[in-house]
Design a protein around this ligand. Sequence first.
Ligand SMILES: [Zn+2]
Ligand SMILES: [Zn+2]
Length: 658
Amino acid sequence: MYVEIAVCLPLSRSFVYKLTDPVEIGSRVVVPFRKHEEDGFVVGLRKDAPAGFEIQSILKVVDPQPLIGPDVFKLCRWISDYYLAPFGEVLKAALPPGITPKHVARNVEAPPAARTPRSDDRLLTTDQLSALFAIQETPGFHTVLLHGVTGSGKTEVYLRAAQHFLGQGKSTLILVPEIGLTPQLTQRFSERFPGMTAILHSSLTKRQRIDEWLRIRSGSIPIVIGTRSAVFAPLDNIGLIVVDEEHETTFKQEELPRYNGRDTAVMRAKFAGCAAVLGSATPSMESFRNAEAKKYTYVPMATRVEDRSMPAVEIVNMRDEYSGQGKPVLFSKRLLDAAAERLERREQTMILLNRRGFAAFLLCRKCGLTFTCTSCSVAMTFHKGIGRLLCHYCGFSKKPPSRCPDCNSEYIHYVGEGTERIEADLKALFPDAAVARIDRDTMRHLRDYQRILGDFRAGNIDIVVGTQMIAKGHDFPNVTLVGVVAADAALALPDFRAAERTFQLLTQVAGRSGRGSQPGEVIIQSYFPDHYAFQLATTHRFEDFYAREARYRKAMFYPPFASLAGIMVLDRDAGAAARLARKVSDFLDSVRNDSIRILGPAPAPLERLKQIYRHQLLLKSSSRPALHDALHRLQQHLEEQKIGPTKVIVDVDPISLL
Ligand SMILES: [Zn+2]
Ligand SMILES: [Zn+2]
């Protein structure tokens, strides 16, 4: 008998082998491949072999019974095709690393004991009831976009829907952007469904991950919460798939196999014939467009639970502050007064600045030299705590010089502030206040994070300073002031989603304020206070933002009004990268139809990263099939030329264009 094998290597095609023992689709095998032994998966069975080739035998069947069920297999095939991801690599990503038949044999789980969820009899709001109706009362596959303002009670909707499907003997899968950033959601599920919830997070050991995976597969755990790779969880009989904070970029995997966990989750729901729920306070342009086109059922939840009011948002024009005080300042008088009031009233404040470190960069005021990383084309950030300049892309660090290496001047100046500087300044301004910082430098482990959040909740901290990590789904009832310093930073990025990201960030962080009985206040500092992303965030008018942003996307032919693919060409040599990018562009030009526009090739905004030069092309098309066809031809062409995915990266529906 002959089988088709997808080898676990970055190759798009499968290869034919022969074997004597029977085997099933989805089984893992070891095969001889280009003078090596490689892992692979059985992806097809066939009676005959292609003529004119010497067919080799499979060396070993690893799993006689495939670990990947038919549903997940089908999902992997879809990912492989849609994202042009190597099928073998996708299948490998669907299994916990290191799982062997021994683990499977040892795992003889007792039949699940009868467990009952704790019930919660609190009355639901009208919005919550409508949401549940839309999720539960439509049979078969359908997608609900749950657009709930921060504090509207989306989690309770997920809990009740999961309970409903559990009552029908069906399981629930919940995807979250990061486990550490959604502690409340995971905690509430574990409390409501004791012994029935598995949480797949990155701090699990290899062994724990395998055990959890096997428990889910045995059918004894009907509720699974995890990050994007949990979309492959071996759940049977799924009734509900939830993607919480669906607008978050972390659902996109930025390495092979490149896929978007949110969109893959919707496909999984489609294959399973079940309900999909995408929840967000600031839906992505793509999902809102799908709702507008009636592909998704749109359910708004516009009021906060217990009729709490939305926080009052105010923008402070920093140009006025500048002229008023005659010098650039970090904090406006308005923000400082408001923070002082909170200290007096024993209420809490959050200050957001989306930049780590002490100073954004170092500048020689005499000759204008800035200090960039030797491996990447980015300025190095000064971190005062460690007394070093640090590259945020590759981690390289060095001691800042006391004199300019070019002109020997001693006028070395620190420009632009980061969270470390904000924290230091606030401590100086409010010496009696307890100030803490949350960013990737202070939060090395999940437990650091939980400790600070615990202290903050207990009221031992008055002011928390942080990056976007503090903007996520936390619920601190005593926070009545949120300040956003340098809100313009995200707008300046060379990315067509810059305004969307800014609007989302401001809305999310504003939602942290006033979640208790006291009304909340938000103060945003900006040099461009008239920008629509700021103006519309102050009034919580998502629909107006969508309409304004949609005009721009339509005019510029960007998603969700065009299909997009990014192609990144990499080489250690700048000239070689440029030449290969040109070749790729010429090839695409020869196979594309009129619906496809090619932008570039051009050096990427981050032209050099970890010593590799990067050139990019962008493909836009009004026709998804035409774009897909051109990319498949390119992939085939590159493989014939033996140009691998380390040289040319194809990214379908790219999230980041840096
Ligand atoms: Zn100089
Ligand atoms: Zn670097």
